[in-house]
Design a protein around this ligand. Structure first.
Ligand code: NAD
Length: 458
């Protein structure tokens, strides 16, 4: 059997090896999920919910150990691992509260012996190919509503968050979800490709644009429901009437939280020329308070870069920005020693000829561009192939709403950033993806509406 080696990105040390899937075992798992799904649908919704309630309780009981597993394999600072697990609880509560209403059969017409009904049935067997940066969030956004609505789930954690994925499977099975209703599929891209080749009813992907495009191409002719939650190059504009210090503190956090490895990290900042200098100074001040170091330490704010190849992307963006005239204010290089480390980096005097302002960085690096006014800011914010989130800082609500209405993004923020709510749909424009998770739409998305036309005889 293949073995998958799991390394600690903070030290480079081998953590363990786990058995990985191959084409044969993937096919067997897909067949097992197919066979198990009708039985799971026959389980009353109240009992499916009870399984998720027990799963939630197990997450609470094991929270410290689960946080340590995630930090060990991803390099995420331990406090942020705890935050993610605690955040997951609120998402579970939301799904538990809302799922009943989403599954009620609706009678939309009843007259003269004719009745029309909409029934919400599960898709069937769904695949979730997942990312490593928030494995509990992006996995839970899919497998919790998918299981509640009666689907079987083939879950492939990222090869950089495999131990976390195996922990999810263990806790779900311990909570009463049958072994073949939630199946972890272990491995890298080749295993993901083998999984997508199976007979499936939906594929829910979280990851990079490049992989998402490959999956879309492969699934196109097969009429399989496909959702792609992809990357971003998320902009924020700080207006001339904003408090530049307050905005800088919030945006430094938005850019650097999780070592800049969030899909909705702030990746571009535009600042009105009137407040630019104060903003940049305050941004650097805030950054100086972010401690870089061992992710297991309580005081650490900036951890390791999870995937070693991302260091090359960051190096290339730094070199390109420098060559095109940007001013490096701090950082700009790797940290020596074992593991994957990059110094928090800030560039001023940037423009859109630079990769730093066009392509997802996914690391602790940011460009801050001076703008002359709202029209220029909006033009720059929309000058992107992505469209996940965008924000504006100003005390003027009407101005914020006018600006945000013009931005092409799935989520928009007034005086905040890097925020996800279970009550709101999470989606992207353009190359940030198709489909959505979260909100009541993110429950419905795991069902298909079946139309019933019922005429009484005679
Ligand atoms: P990735 O595309 O490298 O990998 C994602 C998953 O796809 C992994 O499980 C991987 O094993 C699998 N995979 C790789 N090649 C495959 C193939 N040919 N066929 C099928 N599966 C394949 O992405 P990543 O590095 O894990 O995640 C980072 C990216 O995810 C960033 O771009 C980030 O912005 C994005 N992301 C988006 C959201 C969102 O909600 N929009 C959330 C988190 C992360």
């Amino acid at each position: 059997m293949n073995q998958l080696s799991i390394h600690n990105p903070a030290t480079g040390a081998l953590i363990t090896q786990v058995p990985a899937d191959d084409a044969t075992s993937v096919a067997a798992k897909a067949a097992a999920a197919r066979a198990a799904q009708p039985g799971w649908l026959a389980v009353p919704l109240a009992e499916r919910k009870a399984c998720i309630v027990r799963f939630r309780a197990a997450v609470v009981t094991e929270l410290e150990a689960l946080a340590a597993i995630m930090t060990g394999e991803t390099g995420k600072p331990i406090k942020m691992s705890r935050n993610e697990l605690n955040g997951l609880l609120g998402r579970i509560d939301f799904f538990l509260k809302e799922v009943d209403a989403q599954l009620v059969t609706e009678t939309v017409f009843a007259e003269g012996g004719m009745t029309e009904r909409i029934e919400h049935i599960p898709l069937g067997v769904v695949v979730n190919i997942s990312a490593w940066n928030y494995p509990w969030f992006v996995g839970g956004n899919v497998f919790i509503p998918a299981l509640l609505t009666g689907n079987a789930v083939l879950y492939k954690p990222s090869e950089y968050a495999t131990l976390t994925g195996l922990a999810m499977a263990r806790l779900l099975h311990g909570a009463g979800v049958p072994k073949d209703v939630f199946i972890a599929v272990i491995g890298g891209g080749d295993v993901g490709a083998a999984l997508q080749a199976q007979r499936i009813d939906g594929l829910f992907f979280t990851g990079s644009y490049g992989t998402g495009a490959k999956i879309a191409q492969a699934l196109g002719p097969r009429m399989v429901k496909l959702q792609l939650e992809l990357g971003g190059k998320d902009p924020t504009y700080v207006c001339d009437d904003a408090d530049p210090k307050v905005a800088a503190e919030s945006l430094a956090d938005g850019a650097m939280y999780n070592t800049g490895q969030s899909c909705c990290s702030v990746e571009r900042i535009y600042v009105h020329e009137k407040v630019y200098d104060v903003f940049v100074a305050a941004f650097l001040d805030t950054l100086r308070g972010f401690k870089v170091g061992d992710p297991m330490l309580e005081t650490t704010y900036i951890g390791a870069i999870t995937r070693a190849p991302q260091l090359d992307v960051l190096d290339a963006q730094v070199a390109d920005a420098k060559a095109k005239g940007a001013s490096l204010l701090t950082g700009g290089k790797r940290l020596p020693g074992p593991g994957n480390w990059f110094v928090p980096t800030v560039f001023a005097n940037v423009n859109h000829s630079m990769e730093l302002m066009r392509e997802e960085s996914f690391g602790p690096i940011i460009g801050i561009q001076k703008v002359a006014g709202d029209a220029e800011a909006i033009g720059l914010m929309n000058d992107t192939r992505y469209g996940l989130t965008a924000g504006v800082f100003t005390p003027d609500e009407a101005r914020a709403k006018t600006l945000l209405a013009q931005v092409n993004a799935g989520s928009v923020y007034w005086n905040c950033c890097d925020r996800v709510s279970p009550r709101l749909p999470w989606s992207g424009h353009g190359d940030s993806g198709v489909g959505l998770t979260l909100s009541t739409y993110g429950i419905q998305t795991f069902t298909r509406p079946k139309a019933w036309h019922l005429r009484t005889a005679g």
